[in-house]
Write a protein that binds this ligand. Sequence first.
Ligand code: FES
Ligand SMILES: [Fe+2]
Length: 328
Amino acid sequence: MALDGEISVFSGFSRLWVILALARDIRGDRLRSYTVAGERIVVFRDADGRVAALLDRCPHRGAALSLGRVCAGVVECPFHGWRFAADGRNCHVPWNPDARRERLGATPLAVREAAGLVWLYTGAAAEAEADADNQPMPGEALLRDDVRLCAQSVAWDIHWTRVMENMLDSPHLPFVHRASIGRSLVGWSDRRMDLRWQATRYGADILSQIDGAPRDGARLSYRFPNAMELRIDPPGRILRLLAVCTPQSPDRTTLSLYTVRNFARLPAFDALFRRMNARIAREDRAIVESSQPAEVPHPAAEKSVRTDAPTLAFRKIYLQRIRGGDDA
Ligand code: FES
Ligand SMILES: [Fe+2]
């Protein structure tokens, strides 16, 4: 995907709306920097408090704008002090009052704040609204006004597709997580598991049965393009885990875990949920990172069985809609 005549960016992950951060983490005069598919992005709020994003690369000499500062809602580059507004417009070039500033802008990216999250479009800002089938679609739990959201991130050394498939895979639970979330399945693996991928507007629900009996204690969903939502509601309550797998580079992935809950809503309880999530992610990490090749291959290159249906369904979407979308 080429932006404004620049070299290609967001390679293998372009033209997608993806969850980037907790909205409340973008605040005040702070600049935040994120790496998505090989591209650094700087995120801040403009003078009206609206979230804004630019490629984190000054058009002058390529310095990271995120090392600069925000002055009245515009970003000042740390190197020679050029200033850029939320739409990339150049507002100031020190020492050069005669500069043709209209030609010296930074590259803006489309971002949107929805359901307590910041979403980024990995393509030209002008195209962000065009694709009606590919827009931010927060889950219904996130749209409630009685939920508390907390987040944590960790970086894994593997292609994002391996992380994503791990999140959609149930058969590994009693092996990798035998002492935690898979405990109740230990000793059950001689039975027959059936997993059904039911396509939805936002991606798919994965319905699971053991020996023909539906299991509805936990419900797993795939949310296009790179997220999993796990419904682990205790009776009468809401508890969801949203796992977002964002490529940094071909062999490094940010795994962001967002917990959504409508109980224990005091911020002090966040640490408890984070600890729980961190433990589960730790159990998966070394095993997922050991997978070869790092990027999920064509299905014919690996041996699969019936219970791999969800991961293979994701793989098809990946190859056709996500990686394939690059050439569009
Ligand atoms: S590199 Fe940004 S102003 Fe010179
Ligand atoms: Fe796991």
